[in-house]
Ligand binder design. Structure first.
Ligand code: ADP
Ligand code: MG
Length: 230
């Protein structure tokens, strides 16, 4: 279980509050207007932004001040940040060791991850030699090799067309189920929410609300969510 206890995060003049729990294995969509603080929330959970106040718990462990690498969390940023000068295998290997000093077992894990996301034979290519969908698969493979119980994806497939996006969402769904991972995924598309999410965290007005069951929330949205959905 991931617990945000009276958390505040500030960015310049912007302040976001959050106080809730996310149960292990839940797939949660993070939605809300542009600029509401969705990326801010994920960045703080990942350890890339300090908390202004409050505490972050993983089960009974205080991870408020843990470095990103010491958290039970793998994160994929909004622009999937593959390194253009490195091969796909090396880009994925970075998820295991940032100095790329990989053991034979590590190389095997990279191979297995490539296979799982459908990129067999692509190990030696550079990101620029892959399609957009394949690049997304490579970025997911880098998350996969980290083998963390919590996965944060920030608008991972926004650049893909609808058919490819649905395919990638189904892959994320299956990978999350296989690992019993807790997933927090930012998206602006209610269809994505219906396709993948058990719960929804609505970020708006300086607050990230507690997760609510997705179906019921979309059926009967409170006024602020209704306004956002249009
Ligand atoms: P979202 O991901 O929901 O679109 P963000 O989390 O990126 O929103 O941004 C939330 C707010 O924080 C924005 O209103 C923005 O003005 C502010 N903000 C984001 N990044 C920075 C930054 N690097 N410096 C100062 N303010 C920032
Ligand atoms: Mg964002």
């Amino acid at each position: 279980m991931l617990r945000l206890e009276n958390v505040t995060i500030s960015q310049g003049g912007f302040l976001l509050r959050a106080d809730f729990e996310v149960q292990q294995g839940r797939k949660t969509a993070v939605i809300g207007p542009s600029g509401a603080g969705k990326s801010t929330l994920l960045g703080a959970l990942g350890g890339f932004l300090p908390l202004g106040g409050g505490k972050l718990w993983w089960n009974d462990v205080d991870i408020t001040d843990a470095t990103p690498g010491d958290r039970p969390i793998a994160m994929l940023f909004q622009d999937n940040n593959l390194f253009p000068h490195l091969s796909i295998a090396k880009n994925i290997g970075l998820g295991i060791r940032s100095d790329l000093k990989l053991t034979p077992e590590d190389h095997l894990r990279v191979e297995q991850a490539l296979k799982r996301v459908g990129l067999v034979g692509m190990a030696d290519r550079k990101p620029g030699e892959l399609s957009g969908g394949q690049q997304s698969r490579a970025a997911l493979a880098r998350v996969l090799v980290q083998d963390r119980p919590v996965v944060l994806l920030d608008e991972p497939f926004a650049a893909l067309g609808p058919a490819l996006r649905h395919e990638m969402l189904d892959l994320v769904h299956d990978l999350s189920e296989e690992a019993n991972a807790t997933l927090l995924m930012v998206t602006h598309d209610p269809q994505d929410v219906r396709r993948i999410a058990d719960d929804v965290i609505f970020v708006e007005g300086g607050r990230a609300a507690a997760p609510q069951p997705a179906g019921a929330l979309l059926e009967n949205p409170p006024p602020a969510l209704q306004a956002y959905l249009g």
